[in-house]
Design a protein around this ligand. Structure first.
Ligand SMILES: Nc1nc2c(c(=O)[nH]1)N[C@H]1C(S)=C(S)[C@@H](COP(=O)(O)OP(=O)(O)OC[C@H]3O[C@@H](n4cnc5c(N)ncnc54)[C@H](O)[C@@H]3O)O[C@H]1N2
Ligand code: MOO
Length: 421
């Protein structure tokens, strides 16, 4: 029989619950993947630049490469005329020219092209007078002095060779892909993704595409949790809803715990006669980490340890499921994926509307946050009942309302967690 009773739950605050869930997550093992498949994965080692960037000295403007000293003393009244000896386009092989004896000259050059070492300055074409010549080479008229180094990007100026540019545990997004591509990488060493099984529980649940009978609803949580976990970098095994039957549930959980690193259930975790999830978890030998969280919605959220594996039981009410997913599951999944920053980031904002919902526990309400003139403005969503899935769409934050009292008034300073990754 259950050792954790309704009267005597193992209660945890949100921060303790997160600590219990994350503390034993070990560094994942790693694998190599092709560059384009590295998107949304996590770097498993620091990345050092194998060569300098830019890899050669290059022009930063379209114009002419000159020796800055050739322009010394140049003015409108006493312009300097330089013969244009050659043209260098982007993609040309890096070359050098021996300076013609005593002759000051220039080369036509374009942005991104290698600047020959004999030249130390690039002048923009708009600032000179270009002189065509019918016979012989064209020339360029310079009528002001230019500084050395102008419009030249030196080799290694952006990134010297051997510099750490990306760090282990960083999420790989488009900009990290750009860095790796810049250094010619075809493969990336990434952490293996955690495998997470998602099991919605409830006799009333059916799935889109199946016939829905009276009294049934479509499973929203299973799809929501699976999608979010994928966004967070997990490999997800989404199960269709399982009935409120202890034997069936036990078979599913036992199997899922074999296949996955983390198993997530939704629903069937409260105090009803047919809420079997906790009972089955204990029957299977799970060590309870907590069976109640000081939060609303999502109070019945529970978690069990099975050796190195975890079972996280989210509430069935979609908003409670959502709060548990963002506040408790997100940090665990990020850490299991190898991310070095996995904790929620709390920001301060100002409520633009009151939330008159008394609660003995801190309330985590869905909200829309936007930037005001000086601070973040927090707009609580209307009709934010536990089961109102439609209120999700606009939410981009969870705002915390302190426990006790009758709720919070407009104008109050509040803390919120942003729901972007
Ligand atoms: N006597 C008490 N009753 C309840 C208590 C309590 O303390 N004493 N707690 C309430 C609170 S708070 C919550 S939250 C719910 C949580 O119950 P469960 O987590 O066991 O969830 P269910 O009962 O299975 O479902 C609740 C609700 O959500 C709908 N649901 C369930 N799964 C899904 C899904 N996958 N997609 C969409 N909607 C889903 C379900 O049909 C119910 O309407 O318990 C209160 N009761
Ligand atoms: O706490 Mo329930 O979790 O109100 O929605």
């Amino acid at each position: 029989m259950s050792v954790i009773s309704v009267q005597n739950p193992l209660t945890a605050s949100v921060s303790i619950a997160v600590m219990k869930l994350t503390r034993d997550r070990k560094e994942p093992s790693f694998e190599k993947v092709p560059l384009e498949e590295a998107l949304s994965r996590v770097l498993a080692s620091d990345f050092e630049s194998p060569f300098p960037l830019p890899p050669f000295r290059r022009a930063a403007m379209d114009g002419y490469a000159i020796c800055a000293s050739a322009s010394t003393g140049a003015s409108k009244e006493r312009p300097v005329l330089l013969q244009v000896r050659d043209e260098i386009r982007a993609g040309y092989v890096e070359t050098d020219y021996a300076m013609d004896d005593g002759i000051m000259n220039a080369v036509r050059i374009f942005t991104g092209a290698p600047v020959p070492l004999s030249y130390d300055c690039v002048v923009m074409q708009e600032t000179v007078v270009e002189r065509k010549s019918i016979i012989g080479k064209p020339s360029v008229q310079i009528d002001r002095p230019y500084p050395r180094g102008q419009h030249i990007a030196e080799r290694g100026e952006d990134v010297p060779q051997g510099m750490k540019v990306l760090y282990r545990g960083a999420a790989i997004r488009a900009k990290e892909i750009a860095v790796l591509a810049s250094f010619g990488q075809t493969e990336v060493t990434v952490y293996k993704q955690p495998v997470i099984a998602v099991i919605p529980v409830g006799d009333e649940l059916t799935i889109p595409g199946d016939q829905r009978s009276t009294g049934q609803i479509y499973d929203a949580n299973g799809f929501m949790v699976s999608a979010r976990l994928r966004e967070l970098g997990a490999k997800v095994i989404r199960h269709n809803p399982v009935q409120d039957c202890p034997q069936t549930l036990e078979a599913y959980l036992a199997n899922a715990l074999e296949q996955a690193d983390i198993v997530v259930t939704t629903g069937g975790v409260s105090v009803g006669d047919y809420d079997y999830v906790k009972f089955v978890a204990e029957n299977l030998g799970g060590i309870p980490l907590f069976t109640k969280v000081v939060m609303r919605p999502g109070t019945p959220t529970s978690a069990y340890q099975f050796g190195s594996k975890l079972l996280v039981c989210l509430s069935g009410n979609p908003s409670a499921c959502f709060a548990g997913l963002e506040l408790l599951l997100r940090p665990v999944v990020l850490k299991a994926a190898g991310r070095n920053e996995y904790r929620s980031v709390w920001l301060d904002g100002r409520l633009i509307d009151g939330i008159q919902k008394p609660s003995p526990y801190p309330r985590y309400a869905r909200a829309f946050v936007y930037r005001g003139e000086k601070e973040w403005m927090v707009e609580p969503l209307r009709n934010d009942k536990s089961g109102n899935v439609a209120a999700f769409a606009r939410a981009n934050a969870l705002v915390i309302i302190e426990a006790g009292g009758a709720g919070t008034e407009a104008g109050q300073e509040v803390r919120f967690v942003s729901l972007t990754i």
